[in-house]
Ligand binder design. Structure first.
Ligand code: AMP
Ligand code: MG
Length: 396
């Protein structure tokens, strides 16, 4: 179908509208899901000295099979008071520094202590150097622990802390406003008059952004009124990096997003994408803010948010590759041919196979409960049998 923008081209144009927002310094406890701006390089060796990996006794391997004289104790958090000499053993605990002279740790289950005398009580072979974590065996000073552009997971946060850094430099989070439009919408949980429906998209989009590096303001709802919409867009643009509208993106008499954007002094960069659902997606700018106009049908809003809103947020927050990963899995049942737009079909990946749902009407919400994948079906592709591969995006 001519005049429709391919998805990848639309995504590239959207990212080209704004550079990432720049960096800020933040505390480790605030850093989950943020993108690291500067590589985190180890400022220390970990461990900083050889450590015991077990509770037991530190000895010289050459002195085996003992017996030994116990000369003291080394516990985590302090430095051993004396070296271990010939015929000597030191009581040692997990994570404690290995005393000088010692080169082997025997676990406490393999020895018997009687006063200050220690004897081997096992027939098992003791290996030289056993149960010792060598200095810098985790990482050495100067090692790049977390490369620039990494999205901080709990594990990466742990490594960043262990590096000896005091704080983190990460990409700033875009401030995102969500604006739902429609005379028919009533706020969640409120009673409905005939002709009204609950506004599910606003809260759904806020939930989709909850785990993302974004500062999201509570969803606003306004009626299908071009004048009000234009005023609200102008106002939101002063305090946000991204304004997401939902609904009113198409060509109906009550679809005011494009008109109101123009009235407010904004401009459209592109409109209409070669995808199903989600064709009427709008991208533009108003002042320093970007406007992303999502279609109102719940599945359309969900799919376009997955492909455009979340990637845009990640791009602005410093993600080097903000697009969702595309995976492959076999189809659990046959799939019909592709049409004139690329399809993003609500589906479920279960035990390695993809079941594409029967009801793909973009107005439906119920399929979103079970959906954990969007199967991608290219324009004009032939039908596929069960067992053939399909591309998909994993969704939360
Ligand atoms: P629109 O894009 O405004 O033409 O809306 C398309 C369809 O989505 C209509 O059936 C609307 O009632 C519905 N819709 C629009 N916005 C929302 C919303 N925030 N929550 C749930 N449904 C919506
Ligand atoms: Mg509407």
């Amino acid at each position: 179908m001519s005049g429709l923008l391919p998805v990848e081209e639309a995504q590239a144009r959207l990212f080209a509208l704004r550079e990432p927002l720049g960096a800020e310094n933040i505390a480790f406890s605030e850093s989950l899901g943020r993108y690291v701006s500067q590589a985190i390089v180890a400022r220390r060796d970990q461990p900083a000295a050889p450590l015991s990996a077990m509770d037991g006794y530190a000895v010289r391997f050459a002195d085996l099979p003992g017996p030994w004289t116990i000369i003291g104790e080394s516990a985590a958090g302090s430095v051993p008071s004396a070296p271990v000499g010939k015929g000597e053993a030191m009581r040692i605990f997990t994570g404690a520094w290995l005393p000088d002279g010692a080169d082997t740790v025997i676990i406490q289950e393999d020895v018997a202590a009687d006063g200050t005398t220690l004897r081997l009580s096992t027939a098992d072979t003791i290996q030289p150097g056993q149960h010792i974590r060598a200095r810098a065996s985790d990482f050495a000073t100067g090692t790049t622990l977390v490369p620039a552009g990494t999205r901080l997971t709990p594990g990466a946060i742990a490594a960043a802390i262990m590096s000896g850094a005091g704080q983190l430099t990460v990409g700033r989070r875009p401030r995102v406003a969500i604006l739902t439009t429609g005379d028919e919408l009533v706020q969640p949980g409120h009673a409905l008059a005939p002709g009204q429906i609950p506004d599910s998209n606003g809260t759904m989009l806020a939930a989709m952004l909850a785990g993302e590096p974004a500062v999201v303001t509570l969803p606003l709802h306004i009626r299908d009124d071009r004048t009000i919409l234009s005023r609200v867009l102008k106002d939101l643009a002063r305090r946000h990096d991204v304004i997401v509208t939902v609904g009113g993106a198409s060509v109906g008499d009550h679809d005011h997003v494009r008109g109101a954007l123009g009235d407010a002094g904004g401009s459209i960069d592109f409109w209409k994408i070669a995808m199903r659902p989600g064709k009427p997606l709008i991208a533009g700018s108003i002042g320093d803010a970007l406007l992303l106009g999502l279609p109102g049908n719940p599945s359309s809003a969900f799919v376009t948010a997955t492909l455009f809103l979340i990637p845009l947020v990640r791009h602005l927050a410093g993600a080097p590759s903000p697009l969702p990963d595309i995976h492959q899995a076999p189809l659990a049942s046959a799939l019909g041919p592709g049409a004139k737009r690329r399809d993003y079909l609500r589906a479920r990946l279960d035990r390695g196979a993809l079941t594409v749902f029967d009801g793909q009407d973009s107005g439906r919400t119920a399929p979103l409960v079970e959906a954990n994948a969007l199967v991608i079906r290219e324009i004009g592709v032939p039908p596929r049998a069960a067992g053939e591969q399909a591309d998909y995006i994993a969704i939360a």
